[in-house]
Design a protein around this ligand. Structure first.
Ligand code: NAP
Length: 307
């Protein structure tokens, strides 16, 4: 195991000896994660004697890291890139939704056994709920076909009955593979259609006919030196809801383009907070103080709002 991980495990042993509950996140990279700030502040506001630590875990180390977590008595974990799928065979039990998506982002350890959940699904859904009456009879367009698009498609097909969902990806094979799988997630008769991300003529029609637009690509994220393509954004229209999964910066080019054209916007920060709130409830049985956490995270992110 890497040095950083071992150092943090020593901290866990110390905290457990002193009667604290310990939670954490496994990822690579992990140092940028906002989860320690979110959960440590939640513990402190709720007066819970617990601590949340970031654990740097490389791809090849995940099996051993999970064994050590169980041995040292860690109470719960978040799992982020690149381990969301690779932890699945290492768990004793998996929640059915996490199993279907093939990704776990939250683990609880109880009586020596581990159970995995996917809280990204509820985290994604909750911020949409306030708009649902406005948008539920119209189409949806999703940009990107990676890990988050998978959870987003699953969440929408399980929770809502949109007439049609369009998936725009730059890789036809990957996009259609995801849609083939998504056919099995349907609870209603939603039509699923693929479109080439760079085919702006076809995309224009899909975007124009959609009321909800969701960006699941990293385009516009801090460190990604691109703006959301104007060839697509020019077809955004008034009355649409634009939901960007990115939260650094808080205001992305995708959201700006929508706002400019009379759209309403949802930042990825909302999903981040809500998936964290769901994990917090699984671990502690308590409600995360969402209002306070939102302002703490915004205060942290606002200076980084400019790329
Ligand atoms: P991912 O698995 O790497 O998928 C990214 C997708 O975007 C892939 O389909 C990729 O296409 C596509 N893409 C990348 N650059 C593109 C470009 N220039 N043009 C067209 N398509 C492009 O990443 P992810 O896990 O889905 O995450 C996506 C974003 O969501 C990230 O910014 C992440 O931070 C954010 N996110 C936020 C939350 C939250 O809680 N708010 C949760 C999860 C993710 P290829 O497959 O062809 O490479």
């Amino acid at each position: 195991m890497n040095k950083e991980f071992i150092q943090n495990i020593k901290k866990v042993e110390y905290l457990k000896k002193n009667g604290k509950s310990v939670f954490g996140i496994f990822g690579d990279p992990v140092s940028h994660s906002l989860s320690p700030l979110m959960h440590n502040n939640s513990f402190s506001i709720k007066k819970i004697t617990a601590e949340y630590l970031p654990f740097y875990v490389k791809k090849a180390e995940v099996k051993e890291a999970m064994r050590i977590a169980l041995d040292t008595g860690i109470d719960g974990l978040n799992i982020t890139i690149p381990h969301k799928s690779s932890v699945i065979p290492l768990l004793d039990e998996i929640h059915p939704a996490a199993k279907k998506i093939g990704a776990v982002n939250t683990i609880v350890f109880r009586e020596g056994k581990s159970k995995g959940f996917n809280t990204d699904v509820d985290g994604f859904i909750l911020p949409i709920k306030q708009y649902i009456e406005l948008i539920k009879y119209e189409d949806v367009t999703v940009f990107g076909g990676g890990g988050s698009a998978r959870a987003v498609l699953f969440a929408m097909l399980q929770n809502f009955s949109f007439p049609k969902i369009n998936l725009l990806t730059r890789n036809e094979k990957k996009g259609n593979k995801l849609l083939d799988e998504a056919e099995y997630w349907k609870k209603h008769g939603t039509i699923l259609e693929w479109c080439d991300f760079s085919n702006s003529i076809q995309a224009a029609e899909y975007i124009w006919e959609s009321r909800l637009l969701i960006n699941c690509t990293p385009i516009g994220m801090t460190g990604n030196n691109a703006e959301f393509p104007f060839s697509l954004a020019r077809f955004f229209r008034p009355g649409q809801v634009a939901y960007d999964l990115i939260y650094t910066p808080l205001e992305t080019s995708f959201l700006r383009e929508s706002e400019k054209r009379g759209g309403q916007t949802i930042s990825g920060l909302e999903m981040l907070i809500q998936q964290g709130a769901k994990a917090f409830r699984i671990w502690t049985g308590k409600t995360m103080p969402v209002k306070e956490i939102r302002s703490i995270l915004k205060e942290k992110l606002l200076p980084q709002n400019k790329r």
